[in-house]
Write a protein that binds this ligand. Structure first.
Ligand code: AMP
Ligand code: MG
Length: 328
């Protein structure tokens, strides 16, 4: 289960995105073009969630509790950032999953956040073209929702985005050579089971799958962190990742675990430090963590897919490439 996925980690020659001041005029024009697609995507998606009744929460950067990112076959963290303030140790946000589950359970049944994620990825991940060490997730959660509710919502959001972008931003998509390649015609999206993909393709299934698919595709049943729902009898996980053709994962989500005993058993099984999750455990014990489902969309990744960026650092004004620290 803890096998490291090697997807996109081959040492291909890939230009590492440069900072703004080192770009040529042509490169600055391309940057600006990708920036317009980014603006359109943010505006379209935040509008989609607000009109569908989701409340927009502002992000947090420092907390005592954040995503353990363990055990996740896709995670590869070099260092965790902890700092002492007011006599307490806080961590930079690696994702707002714990915040989301508590916020959705207690006060904001349907919510979304443009959440900062700081993940000091191993330096070799600079070459995947899919990892940066600081990025933004459109993270959302809905109380009482099922996995299938969330998958249909995402399909609607992604198809709507591509369709209206082709209408309103067709010129930019043509400049980027992406107009014809971008296709979302089938709904619901095709769905594959990760266990079956692993049987068929081995641990490098993601690369194989995204090389074959022609449209956005779901992968379900992926063993990972304690907060995704696992059926202890069947061993199946009620979770889902969205894969883009020729590109890879842009979203991870799940129905959530809300039972105290199960959360505890999973933390024990995976050696997750329970003291970092005291609040959600306490609330779960009191029955105050509600059944929810949701997901996080990597904004740089989805814009990277739309624009055909070779490296997602290209979608960032100030690229945060693993292993390279620029002044800005
Ligand atoms: P996760 O829950 O870890 O799968 O993260 C949610 C989403 O964030 C992923 O589906 C990706 O779209 C995005 N993401 C995760 N790690 C990175 C990274 N290092 N750089 C850019 N985007 C990322
Ligand atoms: Mg993921």
């Amino acid at each position: 289960m803890k096998t490291e996925q090697t997807t996109n980690e081959s040492p291909i020659a890939l230009d590492i995105p440069k900072p703004l001041d080192q770009l040529s005029d042509v490169e600055l024009d391309r940057k600006s073009c990708i920036g317009r697609v980014m603006t359109y995507t943010l505006s379209n998606m935040t509008n989609y969630f607000t009109v569908n009744g989701f409340q927009w929460l502002l992000p947090v950067a420092l907390s005592r509790s954040t995503d353990p990112l363990w055990p996740d076959p896709g995670a590869s963290i070099d260092k965790r950032i902890e700092v002492d303030i007011y006599g307490e140790t806080v961590r930079t946000t690696s994702s707002m999953i714990v915040h989301k589950l508590i916020a959705s359970s207690l006060a904001y049944p349907k919510l979304f956040i443009l959440s900062p994620n700081i993940r000091i990825e191993k330096a070799e991940r600079a070459r995947t073209g899919r990892h940066v060490y600081e990025f933004t997730q459109l993270d959302f959660e809905a109380r009482g929702a099922t996995s299938s509710d969330i998958m249909r919502l995402v399909e609607d959001a992604v198809s709507g985005l591509v369709e209206s972008l082709k209408k309103d931003g067709g010129e930019d998509l043509r400049l980027l050579g992406r107009y014809d390649a971008l296709k979302v015609t089938k709904r619901p999206f095709a769905t594959y089971d990760a266990a079956k993909l692993e049987e068929e393709y081995g641990s490098d299934w993601e690369a194989k799958l995204v090389g074959e698919i022609k449209e956005p595709t779901w992968v379900i049943n992926i063993p990972r962190e304690f907060y995704d729902f696992e059926d202890f009898d069947s061993g199946r996980w009620d979770n889902y990742d969205l894969m883009m053709p020729g590109y890879g994962e842009v979203l991870s989500g799940s129905r959530r675990e809300c039972e105290y005993e199960k959360m505890l058993a999973k933390m024990d099984r995976e050696n997750v430090r329970k003291e970092n999750f005291a609040l959600i455990l306490k609330l779960a014990k009191e029955g105050r963590v509600k059944p929810t489902a949701g997901a996080g969309i990597g904004i740089e990744r989805i814009v990277g897919w739309i624009t055909g960026a070779k490296h997602i650092g290209e979608t960032q004004p100030f690229p945060k490439v693993p292993g390279t620290v620029y002044e800005l």
